[in-house]
Design a protein around this ligand. Structure first.
Ligand code: XMP
Length: 330
């Protein structure tokens, strides 16, 4: 009979046999559940011959790169390199105002470019040292539903949204793909994470999209807009955790709307920005409904955001279902 402990042992053996005694593996991590579990599994199997790379695209949440460094690198012992590429991303996003799909493409393509640069650099370094093997493998945290989706997405729906979880990273690199999670569903990945000693907070983390806050700032992405959104988001999530609601909600996020409204702060009239809170409940993220908060919770969040976040004078709540809405704002 199948148990998670047996699965872990088998996978570790399988990875070792596949990669060989000297082979090296590279993989991108995001701080999300899937890439973290895949990375920890690799670390258990081949130690520092697995190279994890976090590309900080400048679109992460408050302190996120730091937290990933701490948990994945220090706590879980994964061989991690963090690349701060914020400026490159922000430079490319400058002036992109009204085209969400273009934002996604810019962010996705630059991510691949930067990841490949790093992969080549690590590969060259590995070649130079006599005792190590070459980087031949690319780790991807693909799950079973992604496998299905990537097959069915070959149809007309392929243009609905450009996901970069499957494929894409391999061009010109001659790396072989290693996908230890490709037979698992999300709940099994969480169980695997717990078995591997990954902290609960990470195992139960809400999903966060690759394009990050870039698709939650409606309109042009600037450092100032990101500052506002990061701060508002951290307050919303902090209050959700404090109220014990985090695990009841599938995904919670804040959007920064491209409009201004009038408000009174102290004895002054202001003309400031507007944020929208969104929290949804879903099992498969294909359909979703808005989570129903207590009015007092919403009042607390609203007054904290307006009082603490410079530049925001109104808080709205998005109660749209998916469909017709999407979970993200862009
Ligand atoms: P939507 O907005 O399409 O989101 O209802 C469904 C789920 O997918 C996530 N999402 C993405 N994840 N790259 C990702 O890695 C993306 O481009 C992307 N777009 C949406 C979203 O956060 C939600 O969990």
């Amino acid at each position: 009979n199948w148990t998670m402990d047996k699965f872990v042992d088998q996978e570790i053996e399988r990875i070792r046999a596949l990669v060989g005694p000297k082979g090296q593996v590279i993989g991108a991590v995001s701080g999300g559940v899937d890439s973290t579990v895949a990375a920890k599994l690799m670390q258990e199997a081949i130690g520092d011959r697995f190279h994890a790379v976090l590309v900080d695209n400048g679109l992460l949440r408050l302190d996120e790169a730091k937290i990933v460094k701490e948990t994945l690198g220090k706590q879980l012992g994964v061989n991690l390199t963090v690349i701060d590429a914020s400026e490159r991303f922000l430079a490319k996003l400058k002036g992109v105002v009204d085209d969400p799909e273009r934002k996604r493409k810019i962010i996705g393509n630059l991510f691949i470019e930067i990841f490949q640069e790093k992969a080549r650099e690590l590969a060259d370094a590995a070649k130079g040292s006599a005792k190590e093997g070459e980087i031949e493998w690319l780790l991807q945290g693909t799950l079973y539903p992604d496998v299905i989706e990537s097959i069915s997405f070959k149809g007309p729906s392929a243009t609905i949204k450009t996901h970069h979880n499957v494929g894409g990273l391999l061009e010109g690199m001659h790396l072989k793909l290693i996908e230890p999670l490709r037979e698992l569903f999300k709940d099994e990945v969480r169980e695997l994470g717990t078995t591997l000693g990954i902290p609960d907070e990470l195992v139960w983390r809400h999903p966060f999209p690759g394009p990050g806050l870039g698709i939650r700032v409606l309109g042009e992405v600037t450092p100032e807009q990101l500052r506002i959104l990061r701060h508002a988001d951290s307050i919303f999530i902090e209050e959700i955790r404090k109220a014990g609601l985090y695990r009841k909600i599938s995904q919670a996020l804040v959007g920064l709307l491209p409009v201004r409204a009038v408000g009174v702060m102290g004895d002054k009239r202001v003309h400031d920005q507007v944020v929208a809170l969104r929290a949804v409940v879903t099992t498969d993220f294909m359909t979703a409904t808005a989570f129903e908060f207590e009015p007092s919770f919403l009042r607390t969040v609203s007054s904290r955001i307006v009082n603490e976040v410079d530049g925001v004078c109104r808080v709205f709540q998005d109660i749209t279902s998916k469909p017709p809405g999407t979970i993200e704002f862009e």
